[in-house]
Design a protein around this ligand. Sequence first.
Ligand SMILES: Cc1cc2nc3c(=O)[nH]c(=O)nc-3n(C[C@H](O)[C@H](O)[C@H](O)COP(=O)(O)OP(=O)(O)OC[C@H]3O[C@@H](n4cnc5c(N)ncnc54)[C@H](O)[C@@H]3O)c2cc1C
Length: 319
Amino acid sequence: MVHHRVTIIGSGPAAHTAAIYLGRAEIPPTMYEGLMANGIAPGGQLTTTTEIENFPGFPDGLMGGELMDRMKQQSVKFGNNVITETVSKLDLSSRPFKLWTEFNEDAEPVTTDAVIIATGASAKRLHLPGEETYWQQGISACAICDGAVPIFRNKPLAVVGGGDSACEEAQFLTKYGSKVFMIVRKDHLRASTIMQRRVQKNEKIEVVFNTVPLEAKGDGKFLNAVGLKNVQENKEYDLPVNGLFYAIGHSPATEIVKGQVDMNDAGYIKTVSGSSLTSVPGLFAAGDVQDFKYRQAITSAGTGCMAGLDAERFISEQD
Ligand SMILES: Cc1cc2nc3c(=O)[nH]c(=O)nc-3n(C[C@H](O)[C@H](O)[C@H](O)COP(=O)(O)OP(=O)(O)OC[C@H]3O[C@@H](n4cnc5c(N)ncnc54)[C@H](O)[C@@H]3O)c2cc1C
């Protein structure tokens, strides 16, 4: 039977930071980095983007994929045992915990004393015609990450969504865009009153109610318009914009722990404030899988550090 002391599930900034801390504490973990788990390559969400300009230590920026390669090199240097498989089942009902990987569900389970779950989240997408062509070429699911890039400067932009995140993203984008349209399916915003007021007060934001996006359009290289439909008037038209930002929510990758650990209504794992501890002793959560608010590489790395230290303490207390 294969047994690991600490198993890390995931391979983004949270997972590799936790692995670096555990490795340096002489508890080298085993990491299941996933094999296109949730459609994302090993290395996580940053492998789906281009340049990262807000991760400290890289004043000239660097490509998301390169940042993740470097994190992996660093964790492997400290003994991280990386397995390129996806964990498909996890049994947290008794310790040691048991896990199975994809295509090996009938095999004997792997056992582990502790688990750090850092499986991340993925932004919900609309899958519009043209979306694949203009993804990261005008379409983004993260205004904070991508809003400052030159293609959006002083250009008209659109945000899809009517909740608090959409309002926040629209406000944020007014720093860069010449105008920001909020495309809202209903005849009202879902956002909190204070957020609605801020949007109303901001002269650069125009809310387009009763409207859904139909198509992403452009010159083959960059987005330059979004096809819209006013569902009340049944009227279709093109809105010229150079940026289209989705703010329609995220899906945390928590399927394997569903029903076994406390989560919030949106499916994010709940952690004890100021720690990575979950409702299950020996299960620690880090990164976007437990963070519905910040969802950044640096915050994921920060909570990964916390999970590494928390798991180290847990293991030391068992020894
Ligand atoms: C397009 C885009 C651009 C972004 N740009 C920036 C930016 O400029 N700056 C910034 O700070 N942040 C940016 N972000 C946000 C940042 O990428 C995330 O906050 C961060 O990657 C979250 O890290 P994480 O460690 O939680 O895991 P993730 O990066 O979400 O990675 C989780 C990994 O776990 C794997 N996994 C999932 N389930 C399993 C399983 N069952 N078994 C094994 N493996 C599994 C996944 O396949 C994935 O590889 C961007 C995000 C996107 C989508």
